[in-house]
Design a protein around this ligand. Structure first.
Ligand code: SF4
Length: 381
């Protein structure tokens, strides 16, 4: 029994697959991914976008491969980037083979849509030969005609049946290194489809609410859908689909996972909305801190609270805290305890320095723990 059982999330037991060197499913951390929106054939632009996504913390990145020029560019893209690359293939089995041969770590492909059994066999062979996994991606907007006729409209049962039909084709080819998604732009439909699929198989699930909308509306919609599923233990990798810069998708994905305690990365800022009691401009301060602390990867917490109503309480629970005080004297807390005061003009620079120092301290501690662990394992061996 954990200390705070109301925070426990018991993850669905899924089998584990590999997407390049990143494990998906089983007890692997839930990964965050996004997709480029550059022309894949423009390798330079695509590499730049993938590198920006890597910087933001993407665990893997998907690129569309609609034509031969795109799969031809893949080799260079893969060579110049660190994260595993997922090639998005629709209908053309040749693009799938080319992408696997170019070094894609995963193919997003629906085997039922690429034609004859021979074609499927060829794609599976290319995937096996190149240690490439797959994702079956069912979308409510493009369900097979027979299923629409059978069920009358896109519904959870039709989406699960479609996913299992595609899965069976891969299983018949002795291929099991795949994950599945059943996305819809409707939150209810998507959630119900994922719940059904989670019951029906043990493949790792890639979660997403498709075509969720713009930065703000899409983030809210995705947070509700993905949050509901993740909270109930469903989901092994996520993509937040936004009509926005893909980097925003990564940020939103991490915020969802961080809110549920499923992943920790970077600084989690706890801040108040501000009101007439604020002793310094909270909103502007938080905006500037978010910008200045974006490079920190070490998980730590920071509270920025406008006054003593909630400041001391929040600061007790965070690594570094700031509470607005009278006469331009704001209290800084370290590890939950009052430590010293700072004036508004120096606040942002000072907090950035404190966070950077704390991150360095935690990293050093981590490194020494790892070294001790390695030493102990060596002695036991
Ligand atoms: S913590 Fe203080 S400044 Fe912030 S919203 Fe609450 S009362 Fe207002």
């Amino acid at each position: 029994m954990s200390i705070r059982p109301y925070r426990d999330i018991i993850r669905r037991k899924s089998r584990q697959i590999n997407v390049g060197d990143v494990a998906v499913g089983g007890d692997a951390p839930i990964t965050v991914q996004s997709m480029t929106n550059t022309l894949t054939s423009d390798a330079k632009a695509t590499i730049a976008q993938i590198q920006a996504l890597e910087e933001a913390g993407a665990d893997m990145v998907r690129v569309s491969c609609p034509d031969e020029a795109s799969t031809a560019a893949l080799k260079e893209i893969i060579r110049e980037t660190r994260v595993p690359i997922i090639a998005d293939i629709h209908f053309h089995h040749k693009r799938g083979i080319e992408a696997a041969e170019a070094g894609a770590a995963c193919l997003r492909i629906n085997p039922g849509n690429i034609g004859s059994a021979d074609r499927v066999r060829d794609v599976v062979k290319a995937a096996v030969d190149n240690n490439c996994s797959m994702r079956i991606g069912v979308n409510a907007g493009s369900l097979e005609r027979e299923l629409l006729e059978k069920y009358g409209e896109p519904c959870p049962e039709a989406m699960v049946e479609s996913a299992l039909n595609h899965a069976r084709i891969l299983e018949d080819n002795d291929f099991f290194n795949f994950k599945i998604s059943v996305k819809a732009s409707d939150v209810f439909l998507s959630v119900a489809a994922y719940q059904g699929l989670a019951e029906a198989c043990d493949y790792p699930l890639h979660l997403g609410i498709t075509e969720a909308g713009g930065l703000s509306s899409g983030t809210v919609k995705s947070s509700i859908g993905l949050g509901m599923l993740l909270w109930s233990g469903i989901g092994d990798t996520i993509r937040v689909s936004l009509s926005a810069d893909p980097v925003e998708e990564i940020k939103a994905g991490y915020e969802i996972l961080k809110s549920l305690g499923l992943r920790r990365r970077g600084v989690t800022i706890i801040s108040c909305p501000s009101c007439a009691r604020q002793a310094f401009p909270v909103i502007k301060t938080v905006e500037r801190l978010e910008e200045r602390l974006a490079h920190i990867q070490t998980p730590l917490t920071l509270s920025i609270i406008g006054c003593v109503v909630n400041g001391p309480g929040e600061a007790r629970e965070t690594d570094i805290g700031l509470t607005g005080g009278g006469k331009d004297n704001h209290m800084v807390y370290l590890s939950g305890l009052t430590d010293h005061k700072v004036a508004t003009g120096d606040m942002v620079d000072h907090i950035v320095e404190l966070v950077e120092a704390k991150a360095a301290e935690l990293e050093a501690l981590n490194a020494s723990d790892e070294a001790t662990e390695a030493q102990v394992s060596k002695q036991i061996a």
